[in-house]
Design a protein around this ligand. Structure first.
Ligand SMILES: Nc1nc2c(ncn2[C@@H]2O[C@H](COP(=O)(O)OP(=O)(O)OP(=O)(O)O)[C@@H](O)[C@H]2O)c(=O)[nH]1
Ligand SMILES: [Mg+2]
Length: 301
């Protein structure tokens, strides 16, 4: 199960190829001019940094170019790394799990990697010595709670589940009761990306959230939205939707290993002001990484 730990840089290889290699070729040139900067903007947009973020970055570079603060392509690259780092580092990327028990609600459309990410996160917290409990709030299909149970069994983490089609809020109610009774440190709740009934997913999630805060003051302490990094700009649309409905405190951006669209991290931070807290760079249990802005920018460029 534990091969050689893959590096973040390996996980981001596709995006790096699209971004860094083009920038690398660009900065091999001798001089910078407007055309050079325009080309750089296109490279950024192509890696899904987003039009808004790319033009923000370019405005900074152009202003500095005019003030003659940037005279070589190498200096442009250094400043670019600095701005990208600043975009990512204006919000705390750590989990707030100091409450006891601390509750983490995990949301997102189907297939983005919620259940897998919960398994990986539970494994990490457990390895750090925390008492972790999982709750199968995805009652859409029986397989969902089984998938969670398998992750739980690997590490001996208890999983609270109900039958298929049960009310997710009832699962949350039971899980909170159990987590309090068994003095858990962290409770992580999985949710469905779609539902059996005609009722709206967002309404269902709002209800789950209400039950949560009623049963455990301040809960959920984190509402993590899982986004599939390979969906590019569509991830932004999902983030806006979920944030409006339930308020998102952090993002888990998965599947960065399979995409050249990793630039979406910058768009999310800049346009939505929601911090990315974890990135998924593979399917193995250790492939969920805490998001470190400096490490991320270094791995990319
Ligand atoms: N390559 C890669 N695959 C991932 C990553 N994260 C999750 N996956 C895969 O994505 C698929 C879907 O993951 P799930 O965790 O079942 O997604 P979900 O959001 O719980 O899906 P639903 O329960 O249907 O809503 C699985 O095959 C995972 O192994 C990642 O970072 N990289
Ligand atoms: Mg799932």
């Amino acid at each position: 199960m534990f091969g050689v730990l893959r590096s973040l840089s390996d996980g981001l290889a596709k995006t790096r190829k699209s971004l860094a290699e083009k920038i690398g070729t660009l900065v091999l040139g001798e001089k910078i001019d407007e055309a050079f900067l325009d080309e750089l903007e296109e490279v950024l947009i192509a890696s899904d940094v987003g039009v808004e973020t790319a033009s923000f970055v370019l405005k900074d570079l152009k202003d500095r170019f005019k003030r003659q603060e940037l005279s070589s392509p190498g200096q442009v690259k250094d400043r670019l790394k600095q701005i990208l780092f600043e975009i990512l580092s204006n919000k705390p990327t750590q989990l707030s799990i100091s409450a006891s028990p601390a509750a983490i609600l995990v949301v997102g459309v189907n297939g983005t990697g919620k259940t897998t990410s919960i398994g990986k996160l539970a494994y990490r917290l457990h390895a750090e010595g925390k008492k972790v409990m999982l709750a199968a709030g995805d009652t859409f299909r029986a397989a969902a709670s089984e998938q969670l149970s398998i992750w739980g069994e690997r590490t001996g983490i208890p999983v609270i589940k109900h039958r298929e089609g049960a009310d997710p809020s009832a699962v949350v109610f039971d899980a909170v009761t159990a987590a309090k009774a068994r003095a858990m440190d962290v409770l992580i709740v999985d949710t469905a990306g779609r539902l059996h009934t005609k009722s709206n997913l967002m309404e269902e999630l709002k209800k789950v959230k209400r039950i949560f805060s009623r049963e455990l003051p301040g809960a959920p302490h984190e509402t993590l939205l899982v986004l599939d990094g390979s969906t590019g700009q569509n991830a932004l649309v999902q983030a806006k939707m979920f944030n409006e409905a339930v308020g998102v405190s952090g993002i888990v951006l998965t599947k960065l290993d399979g995409t050249s669209k990793g630039g979406i991290v910058f768009a999310i931070n800049k346009e939505l002001a929601i911090p990315v807290k974890f990135v998924g760079i593979g399917e193995a249990i250790e492939d969920l990484r805490s998001f470190d802005p400096k490490e991320f920018v270094d791995a990319l460029l």
